[in-house]
Design a protein around this ligand. Structure first.
Ligand code: TNX
Length: 538
């Protein structure tokens, strides 16, 4: 009897001790944090609205992630946990059975709130002990966790706790993108890039809330996507590249792998088969389609505008039906890009005939057609999309047909333009585009294209002068980061002086990702305090 009373009191005593230890632990976790201010954080693209409450949420080994059980939410939670692990080394559990007393939580929650009705919108409430992310869709949740990732400091905070803590500033964010299409294009035809390189580019774009990667899959120098019914396209047409290296191509399985990787990041792949010009590689593989009776040679130079399909041949269109059909079948995204640029050796009436016929093929395969702005010369369906790169007149003709426009003016948005005369890579036929002029323009009111026609912005990266991932990164970064803000954030929230500081603070992230960005002298790049390896050792 006596013994059992003793045991009971011991238990009560231990419980109280454990409880107060808990409280003590919790106190330690909220005191002594550096002053934080959500509104001066380094978020890119800048969110629509932010209210700072100047406290700190402690992300640490006692934090857990919970998600609603709607489709796609748990995957978003797991993605966040994986990225937190990469950045901090913390092993954060997702949807564990119960919330132990010690935990602070990140809830990723589906909500029907009207404010969140816009596609990809999300809200973030960060308090001392919870981060609540609300969205209508898993896509919105995915955009929201990029904000959380960016709010987690690159280095751990100083605190009294015996274990490492990363302090996330408290406050509220309501966010949603201005444009539904936020893309970059990668030319894998002039130089081929491996699946692994493409995935790295996708990862970096996803961090800045891009939702489209357009792959320029074919050009004079190479055909980079397997077409099972026409195997020579890749066997012959994929065998070289600019400069004469070995080239390469994606099998359909590899392409599907890229598509799936993008889909996990709520991004779509836009496949482009550039035609009727830019088709030398196709015509070397199947000479019948250029109509000259002569088999052309593989091309390893960088000139444009010398090739064309024979647009009046009926067999051409059954070939293209196969090509478009096979690619469309493995592309879940809504778009198919037919190129259509610089067909300098195609007669204008033949060009128009061709584009109008191919548009029908694309629509038959259930896709929305995109073409470079020259397609504005043809009579297009209003559901088709013109990508404005060079000619305002062509783009305005497309507007007159009720088409949407993707803004990619070469003088402002071309990632392959040199930064300045000292640039290590790039061309400058359109302009030199230093980091500031890439950012300081207003796509919303550019060259008279009405705002309501603008589907979004895309920054193309042509690859005549780049042949590996480091060179790709040199041209794409930091400018691609600026285009993310141009396409997501409203003009009132964009300001070069403010952006410049936020951009400087991307350096630790870019370093950790091993991105060989161009260290623009216009930016006072932040030094990384710890290298990635040092964090791992900690
Ligand atoms: C123009 S932009 C092209 C490409 C080149 C690029 C180089 C466009 C639709 N056509 O074929 O690669 O310039 O900057």
């Amino acid at each position: 009897m006596k013994n059992s009373i003793l045991v009971k009191s011991l238990l009560v005593f231990l419980t109280i001790m454990a409880f107060s230890a808990c409280i003590e632990e919790k106190k330690k976790r909220v005191i002594n944090f550096p002053q934080t201010d959500l509104s001066t954080e380094n978020l890119i693209p800048k969110p629509m609205k932010m209210i700072a409450t100047n406290g700190g949420f402690a992300l640490d080994q006692f934090t857990a992630i919970y998600t609603s059980d709607n489709a796609g939410y748990e995957e978003v939670g797991k993605f966040l946990a994986e990225k937190i692990k990469g950045k901090t080394g913390l092993d954060i559990q997702v949807n564990v059975a119960e919330i132990p007393d010690m935990e602070t939580v990140i809830y990723i929650n589906r909500s029907d709130s009207l404010e969140l009705n816009a596609p990809e919108a999300y809200q973030l409430y960060i308090t001392l002990d919870s981060v609540i992310l609300n969205s209508n869709t898993a896509e919105g949740a995915f955009r929201g966790i990029q904000t959380i990732r960016q709010l987690i400091p690159e280095t751990r905070s100083d605190s009294l706790a015996a274990y490492p803590i990363w302090t996330i500033p408290t406050g509220k964010i309501s966010d949603s993108p201005q444009f539904e299409y936020r893309g970059s294009m990668l030319d894998v035809a002039r130089h081929f890039f491996s699946v692994e390189d493409v995935k790295k580019y996708i990862d970096l774009l996803a961090y800045y809330k891009y939702n489209v990667l357009h792959l320029h899959l074919t050009d004079d120098q190479g055909w980079r996507i397997e077409i099972k019914s026409w195997p020579l396209l890749t066997e012959v047409g994929g065998s070289t590249e600019v400069g004469g290296e070995a080239g390469g191509f994606y099998t359909q399985e590899e392409y599907k792998d890229i598509v799936a990787y993008a889909a996990e990041r709520h991004m779509v792949i836009v496949p482009e088969v550039d035609m009727p010009g830019h088709t030398n590689a196709a015509s070397v593989s199947y000479p019948v389609f250029n109509g000259t009776g002569i088999t052309p040679e593989l091309y390893e130079g960088t000139q444009v505008g010398k090739s064309t399909f024979a647009t009046r041949k009926d067999t051409l269109y059954s070939f293209l039906d196969d090509v478009v059909g096979e690619i469309a079948a493995i592309t879940p995204g809504p778009y198919f890009h037919i190129g259509g640029d610089e067909s300098h050796v195609t007669k204008k009436k033949d060009y128009i005939y061709f584009v109008e016929r191919v548009e029908k093929i694309v629509r038959k395969h259930g896709k929305r057609m995109i073409g470079w702005d020259e397609i504005g010369q043809a009579k297009m369906d209003s559901s088709s999309i013109s990508q404005f790169w060079a000619s305002k007149e062509n783009a305005l003709d497309a507007v007159a047909m009720g088409m949407k426009i993707i803004m990619s003016p070469a003088t402002k948005a071309y990632l392959d333009m040199e930064y300045d005369t000292l640039s290590k890579h790039g061309l400058h036929w359109a302009a030199y585009i230093p980091t500031d002029s890439a950012y300081i323009w207003t796509p919303e009111s550019y060259e008279g294209i009405p705002m309501e026609n603008i589907l979004g912005i895309e920054a193309p990266l042509w690859s005549e002068t780049i042949s590996d991932i480091g060179e790709l990164e040199y041209l794409a970064f930091p400018r691609a980061i600026g285009y993310s803000e141009l396409s997501w954030s409203i003009p009132e929230n964009r300001d070069w002086e403010n952006y410049k500081i936020r951009l400087a603070n991307q350096a630790p992230f870019l370093d950790r990702m091993n991105v060989k960005y161009y260290p623009s002298p216009l930016i006072d790049w932040k030094k990384s305090k710890y290298s990635y390896k040092e964090i791992e050792k900690d």
